[in-house]
Design a protein around this ligand. Structure first.
Ligand SMILES: Nc1nc2c(ncn2[C@@H]2O[C@H](COP(=O)(O)OP(=O)(O)OP(=O)(O)O)[C@@H](O)[C@H]2O)c(=O)[nH]1
Ligand SMILES: [Mg+2]
Length: 227
């Protein structure tokens, strides 16, 4: 099975510079970057190293996932965000999970040995919110995920198409997970240790992101299997 690595960026030059040499490009048949409008040299950094960059006309991670699916020529597609959160060693593990016959593979921050970037913090409110939304998805759509929200994941292209993803921004991963539950897709979670962001700025502001995710949940309850 052929595989593609898709790197998602929006002003991530510091992370990209730190991580580039360890990205396992040679393990994939095709690699490209989908960029949400970086102004910090991220795009130029990749282009100078002969990595194709696709610039989004419409911003947001939802759009980036949809473009990735459309232009990838492989059956196994891994989405990687080089801001430091995601462990590079998991990239090939996610691709392998698809090659082994799973429809989707998620790097989970909440399996027993996993860890989030809030490890050690007194009030890990983002982790709590992630776990609550995951439990609600499991409850409403008969799933058994531990992390329905992490964007570090891989998909089987044809199975991904079935999900007809149309959510915007940071809610896209949650919609993918919910629709995979509805379609009874085979979703494998691998444990991951989430690290701290290397530099730059987070674009996922907690409260607006939380509302977007809640909106997706309510809409998915309403539409049921009609998508
Ligand atoms: N292609 C693309 N990538 C984006 C867009 N917005 C954010 N990203 C990337 O998606 C990844 C995740 O975004 P973050 O802002 O780090 O969100 P987060 O991981 O929830 O937040 P932190 O914990 O603060 O890192 C990063 O690599 C961003 O560069 C976009 O519009 N298009
Ligand atoms: Mg991040």
């Amino acid at each position: 099975m052929q595989s593609s690595l898709i790197i998602l960026t929006f002003n991530e030059i510091e992370g990209v510079k730190a991580l580039f040499k360890d990205i396992p490009f040679n393990q994939f048949d095709e690699c490209f970057v989908i960029d949400g409008g970086s102004k910090d040299g991220t795009k130029e950094f990749f282009e100078e190293r002969n990595i194709k960059v696709i610039s989004q006309e419409k911003k947001g991670r939802g759009e980036a996932f949809r473009i990735g699916m459309e232009i990838s020529n492989s059956d196994a597609i891994v989405f990687f965000s080089p801001d430091g959160n995601e462990d590079i060693n998991d990239i090939v593990k996610l691709a392998d999970a698809i090659k082994q016959g799973n429809d989707m593979a998620i790097a989970s921050r909440f399996l027993p040995e996993s860890q989030t970037d809030e490890a050690g913090s007194f009030i890990p409110y983002r982790s709590w919110a992630n776990q609550i939304f995951t439990s609600l998805a499991n409850l409403c759509f008969k799933g058994n995920l531990t992390d329905a929200i992490n964007g570090f994941r891989a998909v089987n292209k044809n199975k991904f198409k079935e999900l007809k993803i149309n959510a915007d921004g940071f809610a896209v991963e949650y919609q993918m997970s919910i629709r995979a539950m509805k379609k009874k897709q085979r979703v494998k979670e691998i444990l991951t240790i989430e690290r701290k962001r290397i530099g730059g700025e987070s674009t996922a502001k907690s409260i607006p992101t939380g509302f977007k995710i809640l909106k997706v949940l309510l809409k998915e309850i309403l539409i049921g299997k009609n998508f």
